[in-house]
Design a protein around this ligand. Structure first.
Ligand SMILES: *Cc1c(COP(=O)(O)O)cnc(C)c1O
Length: 387
């Protein structure tokens, strides 16, 4: 078999398993409606929770940033790619999170790789929730630390694992999604914080789906439990979801941020985020903080959807966030349901393994503040017809 033939076999197997993925091609901006192949679809699958991805104020800020700073940063942050726009955004994000400092990354994936591989090494353990995002797991692999995965949200199991490691080395780390990306439920953050404190390890909370969406002023799951951040808490946020743009950040103590600047390979060996994007995201951060009505809209949309779904007897997850997955089971059936919805003008992509566990294929329904009540009703009517 030639090398190419082996790939063709792999791809063919994927098709047989209903795991073959195809990219849609959008003709315009992200929004409650999107244009795909000449068709207008009502979309319930983006992470643009606050409806900011095409906000005219941010479009204008991006254009202004491009005029001032150009298109490319031209170098990494440590060479000459770091600009005033980056610094201002980092200050705005530190202020938003209430942490001493924030450090920008080009993506959340790279931010998670940076934190875990910089803090943990061969002699450390990294404890992770079984349903954590792939980037957290990949960070542990890259760090070469010993990865232990605990059952989803199971604090007792985590405590047993922590206790079994007699003398935790500095750099031992617990990592969890704040809001779980494919399930929409929240990490038991108060309990995680207590365990991290008791066992003297870091707590890395990935707030990708939480910042901007949950907690007072959108300040994330940790703020929602009303406790002040402890020094061992590290928060990762992404700017491509609720913030409507692109990029990510790590927020935490000064010594942590400075260590990442000095040592994190996915920070050092990569070109800085375009300054124009940073400029637009400083404006976005202000909008995320001040426009509480967007979070209130999300709460109302989620309540409307859950009430309707309960009436229809749809399998409802234990989620109070804009992520409302309808777990279908088999990948084939998830694809068929997504296709039937699309015939009715509704876009929800089927999420299949390995993004979710085997047998856990689902329609991951997400809401945006730009959705209208009538959109939810249309979604429910379509689900009733196809389920
Ligand atoms: C999306 C996501 C990331 C990655 O963020 P990007 O900026 O898109 O790379 C990390 N963690 C979680 C939980 C996510 O959902």
């Amino acid at each position: 078999m030639t090398p190419l033939q082996s790939l063709e076999n792999r791809l063919a197997q994927r098709r047989r398993d209903a795991l073959y993925r195809e990219r849609l091609c959008l003709e315009g901006a992200q929004g409650r409606e999107v244009q795909v192949a000449g068709q207008t679809l009502l979309a319930f699958c983006s992470n643009d929770y606050l409806g900011l991805a095409a906000d005219p104020r941010l479009q204008q800020a991006l254009a202004e940033g491009a005029r001032r700073y150009g298109i490319g940063a031209g170098a990494s942050h440590l060479v000459s790619g770091h600009s005033r726009a980056h610094r201002e955004l980092e200050e705005a994000l530190a202020d938003f999170t209430g942490r001493p400092r924030a450090l920008l990354f080009s993506t959340g994936y790279m931010a998670n790789l940076a934190v875990i591989s910089t803090l943990a090494g061969r002699h450390q353990h990294v404890f992770q929730d079984r349903l954590n995002h792939a980037s957290l797991l990949d960070g542990a692999t890259l760090s070469r630390a010993r990865l232990r995965r605990y059952p989803h949200r199971d604090l007792a199991a985590l405590e047993r694992m922590l206790t079994a490691v007699a003398e935790p080395a500095a750099g031992t780390l617990i990592a969890s999604d704040g809001v779980f990306s494919m399930d929409g439920d929240r990490a038991p953050v108060a309990g995680l914080a207590k365990l991290a404190r008791a066992h003297q390890c870091w707590l890395l909370l990935d707030e990708a789906h939480a910042f901007g969406v949950v907690g007072a002023g959108g300040r994330g799951v940790f703020s929602a439990v009303g406790r002040l951040p402890a020094e061992e808490l590290i928060q990762v946020g992404t700017l491509g979801k609720a913030f409507g743009g692109f990029g990510a950040f790590v927020a935490g103590e000064d010594a942590l941020i400075e260590t990442l600047v000095q040592e994190a390979r996915s920070y050092i060996y990569t070109t800085a985020l375009p300054a124009a994007v940073a400029h637009a995201l400083t404006v976005a951060t202000g909008i995320v903080r001040s426009e509480e009505w967007r979070r209130e809209r999300l709460v109302a949309l989620v309540a409307r959807f859950r009430a309707g779904a309960a009436q229809l007897g749809l399998p409802l997850p234990a989620s109070d966030t804009p992520i409302q997955p309808l777990v279908v089971g088999g990948s084939q059936r998830a694809l068929a349901l997504a296709a039937a919805l699309r015939d009715r003008g509704i876009l929800i992509t089927a999420i299949r393994p390995p993004t979710v566990p085997a047998g856990g294929a689902r329609l991951r329904v997400t809401f945006s503040a730009s959705h209208r009540d009538a959109d939810v009703d249309r979604l429910l009517a379509a689900l009733e017809a196809v389920w």
